[in-house]
Design a protein. Structure first.
Length: 224
């Protein structure tokens, strides 16, 4: 259990009833249940009930609005209702190992980082080929855009400082929101660091739509 009441964990979830309980059980080894927030993004299964039964806070969208919208809901709620100084986000499907949470907390407190990103291994041995190609391409493009190395632009396993969250002016609602946050953090001169995390793919069905979300990223990249 980490020794801090200033760090909360936010978990965007869409139809994650099969995996959420196991994720919450592992996360609760590192933070108190009162420091965990699940954002049910319009699920049609028992995601909400699973979170409520586990005793964590829940915010629910009546319909599926997108991961970016779920993050914005989490940020608004946590900034207004808690004293959190940092928010760790991880996915509800089990691809982000909770045992890495202390790495993010250490980077936040010791390195004073405003954005900590979990960097995965880009290899077809552990990640589907399209995801390797997409991650590598977007990471290189963003690195060129911001003038510093971005090791994993699409990782959703992150820590955001209160300073960064309160400075954001987000216009997107999908998976491209994480890239939008990265761009705004760089422009604002926020400190960005990376911590290594395990790459886990167990045959889960990704909610990322390859062509659609790639086009959304390209649109964001060109506009920025």
């Amino acid at each position: 259990m980490i020794d801090s009441k200033e760090v909360f964990v936010a978990i965007p979830a869409f139809n994650a009833g099969k995996s959420l309980a196991a994720v919450l059980k592992e996360v609760s080894r590192y933070v108190e249940r009162s420091q965990i927030l699940v954002i049910d993004d319009g699920s049609t299964d028992d995601t909400q009930q699973c979170a409520e039964q586990f005793g964590v806070s829940v915010r629910r969208h009546l319909k599926n609005l997108g991961k970016g919208a779920a993050l914005k809901t989490a940020f608004v709620y946590l900034m207004a209702e808690t004293n959190t100084q940092a928010v760790i986000t991880l996915d509800a499907d089990g691809q982000h190992p909770p045992e890495d949470i202390p790495k993010f907390v250490q980077a936040f407190f010791e390195e004073q980082s405003d954005l900590v990103i979990g960097a995965r291994e880009f290899s077809v041995k552990v990640m589907p080929f399209f995801r390797v190609l997409s991650n590598t391409t977007t990471s290189k493009l963003l690195s060129w855009k911001v003038g510093e190395q971005i090791k994993d632009s699409q990782s959703g396993y992150r820590l955001y400082s209160r300073r960064l969250i309160t400075s954001l002016q987000l216009k997107t609602n999908g998976y491209e929101t994480e890239s939008e946050i990265l761009l705004q953090a760089c422009r604002a001169g926020m400190k960005i660091s990376f911590v290594p995390i395990a790459t886990i793919y167990n045959g889960e069905t990704s909610h990322i739509r390859g062509l659609r979300d790639t086009l959304r990223f390209v649109k964001l990249y060109l506009k920025s």
